[in-house]
Design a binder for this molecule. Structure first.
Ligand code: SAM
Length: 287
């Protein structure tokens, strides 16, 4: 009998990936084939070709990004901080091994350096090989790959970056420390005086506690803290949140210009992404 990778099961001749990290909700994707599978020192890495979402990156059984909707997350985690910063030159991406955020950051001519700090080389290799729609097969010379723990890397930096993008997986395993106050303090030190950081802060529907904790932790360290959302179909609940911590007040949305080619982001959407649903405003005690 052919051995199936962990997390995949065969139901009457049909292959399924079932994300089952939650007790009461299991999301399944019908799979055409396994394109890549490797157990790295950090996690179980797969790229699966799925019927509805095309090739998708799956870490420890959890979908991280897909060829169909990965652009929504990558555009929003990258273009919002890069358009709200007055003149981004040096960009640090922590995590982000699918290379989607780096691909979007490379659209800015003024950006001179993109340091991508990913703990797991296997994620970058798999994404470049099997997910070109997401990674863009990035060969831009401004992108420097550092295979290291983002926590250790950030600790060693001082006033070196204009924008830091924390494109982490969920707060378990190697990504857990990327949600801790000590890490946000390192990011504050690593940023120049008008710098800003952004991180993905989980689902407003299913991870309200993590979202609120992240927002409050960043708000305790950065003088300006803002939350925004986007809709990513393959993340539980669809609605997803991002939190910005900034050393300077962010410009008024009407002053934002956006002229990059993108599939989801446009000027209007970037200006309005800070408009929050009522339940989130109430939870975060926002006017
Ligand atoms: N877009 C996805 C999401 O929201 O689910 C996350 C993207 S995935 C590419 C996140 C990456 O963070 C993974 O490749 C993982 O290996 C990396 N990562 C996790 N912990 C890390 C750490 N401590 N330092 C650097 N990279 C880390």
């Amino acid at each position: 009998m052919v051995r199936l990778p962990k997390y995949i099961h065969n139901s009457q001749g049909t292959l399924w990936l079932t994300e089952d990290e939650r007790d009461n909700l299991k999301i399944s994707y019908r799979i055409k084939e396994v394109l890549f599978e490797e157990s790295s020192p950090f996690q179980h890495v797969m790229v699966l070709d799925s019927f509805d979402f095309g090739p998708m990156l799956v870490l420890d059984g959890v979908v991280q990004t897909t060829s169909k909707d990965g652009h929504i997350y990558n555009e929003m985690i990258t273009h919002v901080p890069l358009t709200f910063h007055p003149k981004p030159k040096d960009v640090l991406i922590i995590g982000g091994g699918d290379c989607g955020a780096a691909k979007e950051a490379a659209k800015y001519e003024g950006v001179e350096r993109i340091d991508l700090v990913e703990i797991d080389e296997a994620v970058v290799r798999a994404s470049k090989l099997y997910m070109p729609e997401v990674s863009g097969n990035l060969s831009d010379s401004r992108v420097k790959y550092h295979y290291a723990d983002g926590v250790d890397f950030a600790k060693k930096q001082s006033a070196a970056y204009d924008v830091i993008i924390v494109d982490s997986s969920d707060p378990v395993g190697p990504a857990q420390q990327l949600f801790e106050p000590a890490f946000y303090e390192s990011l504050h030190r690593a940023l120049r005086e008008d710098g800003l950081m952004v991180c993905q802060s989980q689902s407003p529907i299913f991870h309200g506690d993590v979202l609120e904790q992240t927002y409050r932790r960043i708000g305790n360290i950065f003088p300006y803290c803002r939350l925004y959302t986007a809709v990513v179909p393959t993340y539980p609940g669809g609605l997803w949140s991002f939190t910005i911590g900034s050393k300077r007040e962010l410009p008024a949305p009407e002053r934002i210009r956006f002229d990059k080619s993108a599939l989801y982001a446009n000027e209007e959407l970037i200006r309005r992404c800070f408009s929050l649903p009522a339940f989130l405003k109430e939870r975060l005690e926002l006017p």
